[in-house]
Design a protein around this ligand. Structure first.
Ligand code: SAH
Length: 503
């Protein structure tokens, strides 16, 4: 099995710097013995313009069986005779798998740590990379390979299924794919992705998963795993579905993600099209800003109208961001208590500055609070309010985390009214500046059609005893609907009575 890593360069920044970054000299072929065979590193080409390093791994199937002592792939214990033969005749020598990942970690140990004393600046910067693996064992096929590498910053993720047998095309594809990745990435990130994702795709880890595997996974996943849409699958498979380890990894990744969300929260603010950008000279951008300003205003107006109609006095703004809605709510004396909640400390800091909380009169200050919290955990502080707003928040959560938010808001906090807004993805074709198939913000984990939003909201209402109605926000296009969709949930009267009795 083998893998090549290529880069291009110039006279001043020669491609052969790859040798420094990998800690392997381009002029010689080197051999390393790994626990399962022999690894060779050689450079088929090494010029200032183009340099390719190849890692070739010769697996010794006998050593593999001896080492594994019957554990893992090809285990023949008590099996049929062909199962015993499978110990020796299997895909291990040919397909990139967890064994290649182990070889990567042995041969490119320093590169995987990102250290390079000779060329520190090159190690820290993205390089034009091309990585080729002719045969990747991929349970889940080409589609999963794309789902795993797709979100990781490569410009090209070329995945070709390898046919089972060229002479018998009718037999279809094998479970192997040819993989080519191209893009500008730091070498360390590319290596870490492969180190984690090759065994994940293989899904047949050959060695016993030890407790420090969680540590290894988090270290190798630094900077890309916590925000990966498939991080649950990656974690489950990498840790061989060992429940206790998976849970630990999931929880720790969630913390990392929250910390990252903190930064994203501010980026979301920086990029937020809520505030007009007066010095924006690009007319296209300015136009978009103008449209979006009015849309954000319209959204706030629609939310205020729904809250007034519900007769809400105390209101939670969940995922309040920069605090524009909190500010608007405070202007209306009907709202006696307004609480903004966000996971991002920096967003809350900006909100506090906007509201000038420090200079508020005591009475005004009593009306408002900004608290940090994550909406995917139940939180006692959110109980006892008349209404809650989730304005453009749900689409920032990974879909698998949405039930946790649903439980925290509708199941536990249970305000009488909940207002939820989210983009209507059908409308995206009407945004001139939005390329087809793109979401409106890079932190949006999903955007829903009207039918998808209704399916979710109807189910939530049914599960938690709410009635729900839908309100379009912005121009309601006859074909694609409005740019923002809003659901207003009202707790069913019988449920309120039941709760009063219980209380
Ligand atoms: N409600 C505002 C901001 C929307 S941006 C508006 O309508 O303009 C989404 C906000 O949700 C961000 O401020 C982000 O920090 C916050 N957020 C994302 N995930 C969250 C979570 N799990 N818990 C709390 N807030 C979260």
């Amino acid at each position: 099995m083998f893998l090549t890593i290529s880069t291009t360069g110039t006279h001043e920044r020669p491609a052969t710097d790859l040798g420094f970054l990998l800690h392997k000299h381009p002029d010689k072929a080197q051999t390393f013995s790994t626990s399962h065979g022999t690894a060779h590193v050689l450079y088929p080409e090494a010029s200032a313009e183009r340099c390719t390093a190849a890692l070739l791994l010769e697996i010794d199937p006998v050593a593999l069986v001896r080492r594994g002592k019957g554990k893992g792939k090809g285990k023949g214990r008590g099996g049929a005779p062909d199962a015993a033969l499978a110990q020796y005749v299997n895909d291990r020598p040919y397909a990139a798998s967890s064994l290649l990942a182990v070889a990567l970690s042995t041969v490119f140990k320093s590169a995987l740590r990102g250290v390079c004393a000779a060329r520190p600046e090159r190690a820290a910067e993205p390089l034009p990379l091309r990585i080729e693996v002719p045969a990747v064992a991929a349970r889940g096929g080409a589609e999963l390979v794309r789902a795993l590498f797709g979100p990781l910053g490569w410009t090209t993720v070329d995945v070709r299924p390898v046919v089972l047998d060229e002479t018998f095309p009718a037999w279809g594809d094998s479970r192997y794919v040819q993989l080519v990745l191209e893009g500008e990435l730091r070498l360390v990130d590319a290596l870490r992705q492969l180190y984690v994702l090759l065994p994940v795709l293989d899904d047949a880890k050959h060695y016993w998963v030890a407790p420090d595997e969680v540590e290894k996974l988090l270290r190798a996943g630094d900077g890309w795993l916590a925000g990966h849409p498939e991080r649950q699958l990656i974690t489950n498979r990498y840790l061989n579905r060992r429940w206790s380890l998976t849970r630990e990894a999931t929880e720790r990744l969630e913390l990392v993600r929250l910390a990252e969300a903190d930064d994203i929260g501010v980026e979301a603010i920086d990029n937020a099209v809520d505030d007009p950008a007066p010095d924006d000279e690009e007319s296209g951008k300015a136009e978009k800003t103008e449209k979006a300003v009015s849309l954000a205003d319209q959204r706030r107006e629609a939310i205020l109208t729904a809250l007034r109609a519900a007769g809400a006095g105390s209101v939670l703004d969940l995922g309040c961001g920069q605090g524009q809605l909190v500010q608007a709510l405070l202007k209306d004396v009907r709202f006696s208590k307004v609480v903004g909640v966000d996971v991002s400390v920096r967003a809350l800091t900006v909100a506090a500055r906007r509201l000038k909380t420090e200079r508020m009169s005591e009475r005004q200050a009593e009306r408002v609070a900004l608290i940090q919290g994550s909406l995917t955990y139940t939180d006692k502080r959110l109980k006892g309010y008349d209404a809650a707003v989730l304005s453009e928040v749900i689409e920032h959560l990974d879909l698998p985390r949405l039930p946790a938010l649903e439980y925290a808001v509708f199941g536990t906090a249970r305000p009488a009214t909940v207002v939820v807004t989210t983009p209507n993805v059908e409308y995206n074709v009407r945004w001139e500046t939005l390329p087809a198939g793109h979401v409106r913000h890079r932190d949006h984990r999903f955007e829903w059609t009207r039918a998808e939003f209704r399916a979710w909201a109807d189910a939530v209402a049914a599960r938690h005893g709410y009635a729900v109605r839908y309100v379009p926000v912005g121009p309601d296009d006859p074909e694609v609907g409005p740019p923002t969709q809003m659901a207003v949930f009202t707790i069913a009267a019988t449920d309120t009575k039941k709760e009063e009795k219980a209380a």
